[in-house]
Write a protein that binds this ligand. Structure first.
Ligand SMILES: [Fe+2]
Ligand SMILES: [Fe+2]
Length: 272
């Protein structure tokens, strides 16, 4: 299976870039599954239903969220009726929406997508490790199993927690990829057990910024301790950041990983 994961879409510039690029990327990379983290798509905070619809229409098969899941309250009723939109699975029982979903891919293949959130330097949620284990419990990866591929978006601040997650499920997931820091890491690899891994996908947004937000206002927050202007997304050209993964249908495990960076200020990388 040919999978593309894109990191946190930030604001209009990130949205526009992803929506413009996805149809071409789907075609050129012959993608079977596209997963996009959209927690910052609406002016940097949350995801409005019309923006979710636009990302689906452009070619996303599944959207994931994170700590900004609830910033746009109107997403709650939409989430209840759109199974392809996930919020972290380790919110307490009774939280609206779902954190894992099987997505239909070409050729009758099925892919499980899970969204989980870390606990280091973040809101204290339920244990993400046990929540992922539980989400996986009913599934078996590879030929003869229930799913051809399984992708985890682990939305977390600390690289240690993300690496611990990757190694914990090495051989049981096709891909463990981090989101939330908005900066792409350089440690993409196939782990020894066959799971593709990257500590952070990076954001789809303007990198002349402080993690996607207008740099002047964001920097002032560190200089002054009184509340200043509201943060707003930077609006320069976005770099689309993510990871391309190829998996073997027989095992569901990764055979190749290649980072993707397109447009904007970052050095450009396109999977061969
Ligand atoms: Fe984010
Ligand atoms: Fe986040």
């Amino acid at each position: 299976m040919r999978i593309l994961f894109l990191g946190d879409v930030v604001g209009r510039t990130g949205r526009d870039a992803v929506i413009a690029a996805l149809p071409g990327l789907r075609r050129d990379l012959a993608l079977d599954l596209v997963v996009v983290n959209a927690e910052n798509a609406s002016h940097g905070f949350g995801l409005a239903p019309e923006m979710a619809r636009a990302l689906f229409a452009a070619g996303a098969d599944c959207l994931t969220l994170g700590n900004h899941a609830w910033d746009r309250r109107e997403i709650i009723p939409y989430m209840e009726q759109e199974p392809r939109l996930l919020r972290p699975v380790n919110y307490p029982p009774g939280t609206p929406g779902r954190g894992a979903q099987v997505i239909e891919a070409p050729g009758g293949r099925r892919a499980l997508v899970i969204n989980a959130m870390g606990r280091l330097f973040m809101d204290a949620l339920d244990d993400p490790f046990r929540a992922v284990q539980q989400a996986l419990a009913a599934h078996r990866l590879g030929q003869g199993g229930t799913i051809a591929a399984a992708v985890l978006d682990f939305h977390a601040e600390a690289s240690s927690e993300k690496l611990a997650m990757g190694h914990s499920f090495d051989g049981r997931l096709s891909l463990v990829i981090g989101t939330h820091t908005h900066v792409p890491s350089a440690d993409h690899q196939v782990l020894p057990g066959g799971t593709a891994y990257m500590t952070d996908a990076g954001m789809c947004g303007d990198y002349d910024s402080v993690i996607g937000m207008e740099k002047g206002t964001a920097a002032l927050r560190f200089w002054k301790k009184v509340p200043g202007e509201r943060l707003a997304p930077a609006e320069g050209e976005a770099t689309i950041c993510g990871l391309f993964v190829e998996t073997d249908d027989a095992t569901g495990l990764a055979t190749r990983v290649a980072p993707l960076r397109q447009g904007g200020r970052l050095s450009q990388l396109m999977p061969a």
